[in-house]
Design a protein around this ligand. Sequence first.
Ligand SMILES: Cc1cc2nc3c(=O)[nH]c(=O)nc-3n(C[C@H](O)[C@H](O)[C@H](O)COP(=O)(O)O)c2cc1C
Length: 458
Amino acid sequence: MKKIHLGVFEVNSVNHLTQGIWAHPDQQRVHYSKIEYWKNIAQLLERGKFDFMFFADTYGYPKQRTEMAFREATGLPGNDPMMLIPALAMVTKNLAFTMTTSTSYEAPYSNARRFSSLDHVTNGRIGWNVVTTSNKSAADLFGREELFLPHDERYDMADEYMSLSYKLFEGSWEDDAVLIDRENRVFTDPAKVHKIVHEGKYFKLTGYHGTEPSPQRTPVIFQAGSSNRGRAFAAKHAEGIFLKAPTIEVLRDQISDIRRRAAEYGRDPSAVKVFTGLSVVVGRTREEAERKHAEYLSYQSKEATLSSYANVTGIDLTRLDPDSYFENIHTEMGQTHTDRFTKHSKTKKTVREVTEDFLEKGFRGLTVIGTPEEVADKMQYWVEETDLDGFNLEPYILPASYEDFIDLVVPVLQRRGFFKEEYEEGTFRERLFGKGASRLPDHHPGAEFRDPSRLTQE
Ligand SMILES: Cc1cc2nc3c(=O)[nH]c(=O)nc-3n(C[C@H](O)[C@H](O)[C@H](O)COP(=O)(O)O)c2cc1C
């Protein structure tokens, strides 16, 4: 039986997937700005043998219905999640951390330097979720309107960003460049550090990477956009993909499409691990779980939920005629959550149906409510039906959602041989792809930048 990998879908702020749930009396996420809170969460996840914490992140602010968004803590306030990592690395040994940064807003050099530094301090427990940033408000914050490029072009720019990042991570320093030879006074052998001269359409860089080779060099690359162009990008670069699909059939098709496209890039299709979001409410009985779920949702703010949709897609559902069809929709912002009601829907949907569906599911992925055995059955069924490699757990109430899952579901998964009982030593990439696999595999497009002659070509 295929063993699954498990991560959690986190943000370093108040609300996440259910807008309004901050007001639940047990919701400890309101303490997100305290390091003690995160320490407890990370240690809890390590007790549950989770593979990684995935922190989503974005720049921006709620451009629509801003006052209500502040009242309900939709998006803001929040902290930079990267700042947590050295502290969390000190209090855990095995848990990995996947951090999000944007190819539209971070300079490739400083981004690579930061990730290499994190890979050093975590001893190879870092992944990078590469996003292009689909919200316009980020451009306002940087005073750079021109950075909000059309949807597909953002991914073209991201492709070039990746080539330059591989030059920094993979090519600039040879493995044995650092000698620390006190006798001959050679800290770094200059012959083994190579200059990059990159002059591309979007980026220019001349110089050397700032850090010596870290355990994984390139962090484990993740991607999370399900649009057509997003998947083409993922098939080329990503080693882990977060897919969101409205039905099991769409998910299965997306996974086989990703693996087929990865093979076209000369990659081993099994070297792409696919995760989907999983929301779980578990109880000792089905009734208990259903009661809990209803209680959680009673805190949801409908207004804030619809405004979160508008802020991601640019489409304010409340301004459309509820009886009209949700069709011929085009957005240059995120397309995953428009495609889900158009291209990926079996039937034409009215705005009213789209609104009801979004209020019920929001940005959540698959949802299962039931006993531990029922949850494990569903997880197994989804993996068997779709060829998924794992799940990204999407919490409601913290730490309760993780505690419930770890205490009730994880033992069932382990008993069935579906999830590991112990961590194996190693880096994040080794945990996903096996012992000795700390570095990008040779079939990955980033590996070609190990050749110093590639460092001066586009
Ligand atoms: C599970 C998941 C996590 C995501 N995390 C982030 C994130 O942290 N930051 C961000 O800007 N976008 C995030 N996104 C959005 C996508 O990366 C992407 O930018 C967006 O869906 C628009 O691209 P698309 O049109 O290809 O979907 C996430 C999407 C999914 C499904």
